[in-house]
Design a protein around this ligand. Structure first.
Ligand code: AMP
Ligand code: TRP
Length: 337
């Protein structure tokens, strides 16, 4: 008999009309590989997205667009369960129960909340933003996920999830699998092409240093040719002294599936121009088929919604089972059917 594959879950907020190269390299490439070895659940965290104000029509459009980009980038919805969080009611329901088990002080220590609240001003920040990590804990625990691939910035939320799982289990009996953070390698961290000391991020003030999956190839190439480097002109990998060049070399090596050393060796004599030109070809060569496939998928939103519906059904079966156990354990009187 073959061992069942370990359960894995991760999510991303559908809060932009395009993913960027950092999302692609830092998250999607690993997810694509992990779906081979795991029973993977990936979802669009629309409940999380509304913790900051969203334009309703834009949220709906971005949910479809992000889904299409996932599929185009290689997340296979017949192999992984790819779904929209709000289509599985158990997420909101389990979050409520977990809210009652979370200390006010414990939630107040979440650094992402503190950062986001500081940005918006304490008065403007919603209670939803405050309980965001508890909703996230519910996402993970509903599926009894063992592995949760996330970036370093999410580590504290996974620790909270582990604490809440342990607390529930010891109070009400073994119910939840305690998940492990599966922190994606820092080597997969991509920096802003104009400001290589900052992570590539959609919240950057200027988008000149961001490569969007949905950018036209010409725009992508131009952004790479204009990437900030340094003045010594020597092609070698030095993250501290030459962060801009190091970032370009990292992107090159990952997308061209080779070592940084081999890229350095090839371009050592040639200067930055030749390296950038070749890199532009590699990036466009990777992203253009994804962009084309995304546009094709978006041409038939009905089909996209149908795929999401089927996947939500699969997700519901797993999630509802966990929620039923939780409701029993906490002492809710169950409806007779
Ligand atoms: P965000 O866009 O911040 O919601 O991030 C979504 C996912 O993409 C998370 O798993 C992040 O770890 C990953 N990610 C975002 N920006 C980068 C980046 N610059 N480099 C690598 N991974 C990133
Ligand atoms: N908070 C995560 C992020 O911003 C998104 C997310 C929501 C998530 N629920 C999750 C990630 C559950 C992993 C597991 O990136």
């Amino acid at each position: 008999m073959t061992e069942p594959k370990p359960r894995l879950l991760s999510g991303m907020q559908p809060s932009a009309d395009s993913l960027h190269l950092g999302n692609y390299i830092g998250a999607l490439l690993s997810w694509k590989a992990l779906q081979e070895t795991h029973d993977a659940f990936f979802f669009l965290a629309d409940l999380h997205a509304i913790t900051v104000p969203q334009e309703p029509e834009l949220l709906r459009a971005n949910t479809r667009r992000t889904t299409a980009q996932y599929i185009a980038a290689g997340i296979d919805p017949s192999r992984s369960t790819l779904f929209v969080q709000s289509q599985v009611p158990a997420h909101a329901e389990l979050a409520w129960v977990l809210n009652t088990l979370t200390g006010f002080g414990e939630a107040s220590r979440m650094t992402q909340f503190k950062d986001k609240a500081a940005k918006q001003g304490q008065e403007a920040a919603s209670v939803g933003l405050f309980t965001y990590p508890i909703l996230q804990a519910g996402d993970i625990l509903l599926y009894q996920a063992v592995d949760v691939p996330v970036g370093e910035d999410q580590r504290q939320h996974i620790e909270l999830t582990r604490d809440l799982a342990g607390r529930f289990n010891s109070r009400f009996g073994d119910t939840f699998t305690v998940p492990k953070p599966y922190i994606l390698k820092d080597t997969a961290k991509i920096f802003d092409l104009q400001n290589p000391s900052s992570k590539m991020s959609k919240s950057a003030e200027s988008h000149a240093g961001l490569i969007w999956l949905m950018d036209e190839p010409k725009v992508t190439a131009k952004k790479i040719m204009r990437a900030v480097t340094d003045t010594d002109g020597e092609v070698r990998y030095d993250r501290e002294a030459k962060p801009g060049l190091a970032n370009l070399l990292t992107i090159f090596a990952i997308l061209d599936n080779r070592s940084i050393e081999s890229v350095v060796e090839e371009f050592a004599g040639g200067g930055y121009g030749a390296l950038k030109k070749a890199l532009a070809e590699v990036v466009v060569g990777t992203l253009e088929p994804i962009r084309a496939r995304t546009l094709e998928l978006l041409d038939d939103p009905g089909e996209l919604d149908r795929i999401l519906g089927l996947n939500a059904e699969r997700a519901n079966e797993v999630a509802q089972q966990t929620l039923d156990t939780v409701y029993d354990r906490v002492g809710f009187l169950r409806r007779v059917r």
